[in-house]
Structure formats: C-alpha cells, structure tokens
Design a binder for this molecule. Sequence first.
Ligand SMILES: *Cc1c(COP(=O)(O)O)cnc(C)c1O
Length: 378
Amino acid sequence: MGRGTLLIHNGYETDAAGALAPPVYQTSTFDQGDMTKPREYDYARSGNPTRKALEGIIARLEGGAKGYAFGSGIAAVSSVLGIFSAGDHLIAAEDVYGGTWRILNTFYKRWGLQLTAVDASDPAAIRRALQPNTKGLFLETPSNPLLKITDLRACCALAQEAGILSLVDNTFMTPHLQRPLEWGADIVIHSATKFLGGHSDVVSGLAVCRTSELGGRLYAVQNGFGAVPGPWDVWLVIRGIKTLKARLEAQEASARRIAQWLCQRPGIAQVLYPGLEGHPGKAIHDAQASGAGAVLSFKTDTAERALCFLRATRLAAAAVSLGGVETIASYPVLMSHAAMPPAERDRLGITDTLIRLSIGLEDAEDLIADFDQALGRR
Ligand SMILES: *Cc1c(COP(=O)(O)O)cnc(C)c1O
C-alpha cells in the first residue's frame, strides 16, 4: 500500500455498528460484569477504546510493535524518559525541542539522569560522548529551529553497537515523510499537536516502540505516571491524520516556493530549509525522508527587520507551535528558546534575526505578497 492509502486504511476500519469514525468513549470506568474473567478495559487511565484506536494507527504508520498516546508531546517525551533510572546517562542533540531540553536539564537532572548534549549532525561527537553508564541517545531531525540534519542510519547503528536505546522525535516530518524505526531507532516520539492534529485545536503526544518488550516498559510508565489524553483529543488526532497527506504535500510545496523566494529577497541573510540545494544536510535528509516538510527558518540582515516582519505580517500569526493549516511565524529568542541562556543561544546560532515559519494552507502567492510587504524596505 502507498503511504497515502495507509493514512486512510490505517488499521482502524469500523466499529461494530459500521461507523467509519471511531466512537468517543467518554467514560472513566468499565463494568466488570460478574468478575469471573478480566475484561480488556477496566479504568480509562489504563486503557480506553478511542485511545487504543489512535495507538494502533500510529504504531502502524511508524512501523512499530506498540503505540502509546499521551496528553501532550512533552508528556510523551517525559514518559519515554521515565523508562530510564537514576544514574543512567543520556546523550541528546544539543538543539532538541526547547521543552525537551528543559525537562532534561531540570526535572530529570534532579531525579538523577545524567546528560551530555552534542552536535548530533556529527556522529563522531556522539561516539566521543559515550560512557559506561550511557543508556540512551535522543535525536530530532530536522532540528528546531535551525533545521540541522542528523544521519539517522549512522546514529542508530552507533547506538545499537553501543547497546543503548535510540529515541527520535519525528514531529517535524511525521511518518508520512520519515520513519525512524526503518533506520534502526527504538522509540519514535511525536507532538501530535503539530502536523498530525494539523488544525491548531488540540494538544497531544504519541510514542511508538520497535518491540513489544519496550512497549511493556513504556506502558508501565503510561499507566503509572498517568499522562494520558482524553478521548475527545484523541479523536481529533485520528481525524487529523486522515488528511495528513493532502495538507502536508500542499504545505511543503508552498514552503519550497517561499524558501526559494526568500533566497532572492534583499534583506534576508540566510534561509534554512532542507529542500534547498546547498543545505548542508540535504543529501542525508533526502536519503532518509521523502520530503522536506513545511517548516523553514530564515535570518534577516538586522533584528529590526525581523521584529518589523513579525509585527507587519497580516497572514502569519506571530505565535509558537507549527504544523497547523494556518501559517505561523515564531521568534525563537522571545518564544521557544527564551528560557535558554543567551550565551548558549549565540553558540547555537539562535540569533535575534532568526524567524521560523510553519507554512499553512493559504495560497503561496498571497503569503509571498504579504511577506514582501512585511519585510519592508528592499
Ligand atoms: C511541540 C513540540 C514538542 C512538544 O509537544 P507539545 O505537544 O507542545 O507538548 C516536542 N517536540 C517537538 C519537535 C515539537 O515541535
């Protein structure tokens, strides 16, 4: 089956009544009858049929043994990190999502997880960071907000050889464009708030494990820690996934046009998009993903121009988040990376001239005309 067909025929077909959309099981508990046999569902934190439908769908799309749904992307990240123990050492890409960076550096540090941050676009840096107590490698590609590319095949092979788990945040690509388990990853994580939900109307997270054994470990955290989503939110994500192909392909086509246009526009210092010839990670990205996605970043010549753009654009919302049908422009230094120490931001290249765009479903010509006026004097 093609990837588009799989988004529709994703393992969940109908319920007993033949309904194509799954029912929303808005219940906290399930009648256990005469209690002679344990039933599949007893309490909705432990399991809910609507949630189970989404968990089966995401496992199928990513090609893993078991899928799990959470109340947010960060709940998925935190729950996956919950399979590790105090004294374990993790290696993480230094430009992982800001919320992931925060939970690793605060909460999990207090609970005894040790961390080394590396430039994961250089597999040799990962190898150098390995310690006898290293248990996991946390990756994200393309990275946020600089769209750096990590070689999934090389890094997951390195993790396998070292006997550690590789975890990949696949939010930017979705399983429609990139499936990290195919390149050897052990657990894939999503903020379903972004492209999977797709309509800026739900906060949700997902994780998929390569094996049932790992799935059992993650289920113990899902049930024990309890960061589960409600059935309505789950239902919105199931609905969003059905239109993922149509949305993502249209959004990517516009993102590509806009990236090319920005390259020619005076006042723009740099355009970061893995779909552009000349992007340093393009060859690796093309080998592991079937599209460049709909998120791009650019740097203006001056911070004034960046702020002027954010204030003057009429079609892009100045906001955090990405992956919705509406175009969003975000300003990392004041938004997603505001909590990062300025010296660390400078070292990574997250400057006050950097803007990240998530391209929506508006007509590309309208976006280009709007961005042109918002960027000001040529
Ligand atoms: C948004 C995001 C998250 C966190 O997800 P929430 O749903 O906001 O909790 C994690 N990783 C990436 C790459 C994201 O973009």
